[in-house]
Design a protein around this ligand. Structure first.
Ligand SMILES: [Zn+2]
Length: 277
């Protein structure tokens, strides 16, 4: 069933488990993610990155498919950086929007998030925003101590914007890490104690199972995943391809998506979202 992400994350916060937010891009990836969630009876967040996917066309498919799912599924706009992205997501029937103004100064971030919260809440859509900035893995060694979330600022941000959940910068990074991920658990603990809403972790791929589990114990409820799922798909393909043996595109695509689904299932078990549907 299609659900509001807020309800899903409040339950996760109370019971201390995490919900995977898996990036999808077409009908087959949507189908794979939902079947995996049904197999493990796990709630699921389908995340759409607007720079890579036509959120109106493919997003509508996801909303329709989520409505027929046997488990709770939220359809979410990932890193909506333009006002127009939020409008498109609403039009497609998404139940959640991320308003990413994390590179803006504090006051501008607050003002622009507030503007979207005011219309999203009127139509029961969840809003996620980011305070601090989760950067790129390729620049990790240079930037890992920059843009980290300040707990007191985080409280002010949540109070002023009325945002439903908050993405925090505590040492993770998007894409592949150049270097070893170093999570700032004390900072996360302080944010969790200060902020009443569920917390979100971006850049979970490559962060390591132990780190992610510990982050969930300290209040992370939504964990964003793409690179690891993508790499698992690619690994499944390289195992499948044998020199001299022919294949076809349909078979190749299903092999890659089986790798994606298996990795997503691994994370559902790790995050404790199994049988929470
Ligand atoms: Zn992200």
């Amino acid at each position: 069933m299609l659900v509001n992400m807020r309800t899903m994350l409040v339950d996760a916060k109370q019971k201390k488990y995490g919900v995977p937010a898996a990036n999808v891009w077409n009908e087959d990836s949507i189908q794979t993610a939902i079947s995996t969630a049904e197999k493990y009876q796990s709630p699921l967040i389908l995340a759409f990155y607007p720079a890579m996917v036509d959120i109106l066309a493919v997003g509508k498919l996801a909303v329709e498919r989520a409505g027929r799912a046997a488990v709770p599924v939220a359809v979410h706009l990932d890193h909506g950086q333009e006002f127009a992205d939020a409008v498109k997501a609403v039009r497609a029937g998404f139940t959640s929007i991320m308003v990413d103004r994390s590179t803006c100064p504090f006051a501008q971030n607050v003002a622009e998030v507030k503007e979207i919260v005011s219309f999203a809440h009127a139509i029961d859509i969840t809003v996620e925003a980011e305070l601090g900035h989760v950067g790129k893995g390729a620049e990790y060694e240079q930037t890992k101590h920059e843009g980290l979330t300040d707990p007191r600022e985080a409280l002010r941000f949540v109070q002023e914007t009325k945002v439903d959940c908050l993405a925090v910068a505590v040492g993770t990074s998007h894409g592949l890490y150049a270097g070893k991920p170093e999570l700032q658990f004390e900072r996360l603990r302080a944010i969790e104690q200060a902020v009443p809403v569920p917390l979100v972790l971006h850049g979970c791929s490559g962060t390591g199972d132990d780190n992610l589990k510990q982050a969930i114990g300290l209040g992370i409820t939504k964990l964003n995943l793409y690179t690891d799922l993508d790499q698992a798909g690619y690994a499944a393909l390289t195992q499948f391809l044998v020199p001299g043996k022919s294949s076809n595109m349909m078979e190749i695509e299903s092999v890659m998506l089986s790798g994606y689904g298996e990795k997503l299932g691994h994370y559902m078990q790790l995050f404790g979202s199994v049988k929470r549907a």
